[in-house]
Design a protein around this ligand. Structure first.
Ligand SMILES: [Zn+2]
Length: 333
């Protein structure tokens, strides 16, 4: 995901608080006191879907770990607004870590409790909330895009925005220094591409390029076990973000179509935020929902300047406003 809207709201709130004395008489002072209350997204947790999942390592505090399929773990960060989910996929020779989360908790320490196999990192895409722990690992696969190479240099701004008051719910890990929080740089060991297969030992996962959300967005399929990891191209439960400058909407539509065609051959869809499991039938529904937005059948639920949110059935899309033209690619990448 990666938040801009919350950041904007927080900036407004900070401004209001700075002007507290001046605005108190106008009745805005509650905006400041609300910071100490639980934000709405946090009040809604835990999400009921987690009740049916098998939790492991229950003593972990920043991460919640769930065994979602044999030798397959969802590593969830419920205390931060992104509710990022990374996945550890374990074979007999090595394990693949699909995303490394926000980099707030020590994901490497959690993995050490789940597997003793060597670990290779592959990111669903390189937004900050998926690559925060990359620096901890020596072996990282990367898509061969300019976007990926730029993000591998690290950054501070998006990371710091993740810590805005409304974005954190509960205690940050012991010893975490919020003033120093940044996405640390990492080194790409090997450039990979659509169709690239990783043999984990009696288990193979394959990259399916699904650009759109970002130029380097991928999905990962474990054909033998019927698992499809969809990154930010699809996750159940939250708004799907398609408004940022790096998003190519026509490419996103094509990628959703690609994923929908895979549905008959998989058992489980595993997205990178909010809720780790969904049924394969959701992919055709996703395609139908986004198409209904394209066809102008859905009016925006809300419009805020150059962003608009469309609700199509169970799906919510944060889009650019107005919607991008579809007869040519944005060509921004
Ligand atoms: Zn993202």
């Amino acid at each position: 995901m990666v938040m801009m809207t919350f950041r904007a709201l927080t900036a407004v709130r900070t401004l209001l608080c700075a002007l507290h004395v001046a605005v108190a008489v106008l009745g805005f002072s509650s905006a400041c006191f609300a910071q100490s209350e639980k934000p709405d997204w946090c009040k809604a947790l835990p999400r009921p879907e987690y009740k049916t999942l098998k939790r492991v390592l229950p003593d972990e505090t920043w991460f919640e770990v769930y065994k979602v399929a044999p030798a397959t773990f969802a590593i969830y960060e419920p205390l931060q607004f992104e509710e990022a989910i990374s996945y550890l996929i374990v074979g007999t020779k090595q394990a693949l870590l699909f995303d490394t989360g926000l980099g707030i908790g020590n994901i490497k320490a959690v993995l050490a409790r789940l597997t003793s196999r060597p670990i290779v990192v592959l990111n669903s895409h390189t937004h900050n909330d998926h690559v925060g722990g990359n620096w901890q690992f020596p072996y990282i696969f990367g898509m061969d895009t300019a976007f990926t190479r730029a993000n591998a240099k690290g950054s501070r701004e998006d990371a710091q925005a993740e810590l805005a008051n409304d974005n954190v719910c509960g205690d940050l890990p012991k010893g975490f220094d919020r003033t120093k929080y940044a996405t640390k740089p990492w080194k790409i060991s090997l450039f990979v591409h659509d169709g690239f297969k990783v043999n984990l030992g009696h288990r193979t996962v394959e990259i399916i390029a699904t650009p759109g959300h970002t130029p380097d967005a991928i999905s990962l399929i474990d054909r033998e076990n019927g698992l499809l990891f969809t990154g930010d191209t699809f996750y159940p439960g939250g708004e799907i973000y398609l408004y940022r400058s790096e998003t190519d909407f026509p490419a996103y539509l094509a990628s959703v179509k690609t994923l929908a065609t895979l549905a008959p051959r998989i058992n489980l869809v595993l997205g990178s935020h909010d809720i780790p499991v969904a049924q394969p039938s959701v992919l055709a529904q996703l395609q139908e929902a986004i198409q209904s937005v394209v066809d102008g059948k859905i009016k925006p639920k809300s419009v805020n300047g150059d962003e608009a949110v469309y609700q199509a059935g169970d799906f919510s899309f944060r889009m650019r406003n107005p919607l991008p033209a579809l007869n040519s690619s944005s060509g921004a990448h």
